[in-house]
Ligand binder design. Structure first.
Ligand SMILES: [Zn+2]
Length: 256
């Protein structure tokens, strides 16, 4: 069965429906989901949901929220990381898309501090990277000695050539609904990801796959992403579900 490795059931659009959504998992070939934090507040909400419904959580501050990173918040994250449902630190990274995001130096500093946090917590990191793949490689290079628990490129959206460069850090790559878009042209990227490093996700409520593009995304739509991968790799839906399930549990070791 499929594990949705990145879902924002802690987003206000899905929070109230989380119980109902999770109740529908088995009927939709979903084993579990990982609720991804994007700020301290959303991380706490994600952990609450994960504990209530037997799911998993990532905790961390997204590049847009980097201004909240300080000693006090990092201490709180470290405490929270000890909970059984917390499987990684994320989503963290770099986002240079919007001009009003925190300045690049500030993003890099907060990103590096959360990489150190993950090493202290002995947990893998889940990265959000947008228009910043080059700088992200530099950060990983500089922080290499802290990368002892695994790296996931969440919603991987760069090129096949970039995969070769990120492979140096033994990265995992999660694909989402964007690969199903009509103009996606992601076949070469799907094929270039090492089979033992491939994962799937929804990033719901964002990025609903075709033909639901523009709607509120939900974990059940992950089957459309799995089917696209199956078509490109000439595999069955069950085979893709199985290999991505095994990969997700190898990276997120606390998932049972
Ligand atoms: Zn996300």
């Amino acid at each position: 069965m499929i594990i949705d490795s990145h879902a924002h059931l802690n987003d206000e659009r899905l929070f109230d429906k989380a119980g109902e959504i999770i109740a529908g998992f088995a009927a939709n070939n979903i084993e579990s989901c990982v609720i991804a934090g994007f700020s301290y507040k959303s991380s706490v909400l994600g952990v609450e949901l994960a504990e209530r419904y037997n799911q998993y959580a990532l905790i961390g501050s997204h590049p847009e929220e980097m201004n909240e990173i300080n000693d006090v918040i990092l201490d709180k994250y470290l405490n929270l990381s000890k909970k059984g449902c917390v499987v990684g630190i994320g989503e963290i990274g770099l986002d240079y898309h919007y001009e009003d995001n925190p300045p690049r130096e500030k993003q890099i500093e907060a990103f590096e501090r959360q990489i150190v946090l993950a090493d202290e917590a002995k947990l893998p990191i889940a990265l959000h990277v947008r228009d910043a793949y080059g700088d992200c490689l530099d950060v990983l290079e500089n922080m290499h000695r802290y990368l002892n628990n695994g790296v996931l490129m969440h919603c991987y959206s760069s090129s096949k050539e970039m995969i070769e460069r990120f492979n140096k850090f033994d990265c995992y790559y999660a694909l989402g609904g964007a690969i199903t878009f009509k103009n996606a042209k992601k076949e070469d990227v799907i094929k270039a990801i090492p089979k033992d490093r491939l994962m799937v996700e929804t990033d719901c409520p964002y990025l609903a796959p075709h033909p639901h593009r523009g709607e509120t995304n939900e974990p059940k739509f992950i089957n459309l992403t799995v089917d696209k991968i199956a078509e490109v790799l000439n595999m069955s839906r069950d085979e893709v579900s199985e290999i991505t399930n095994v990969n997700t549990k190898r990276l997120f070791k606390k998932i049972r």
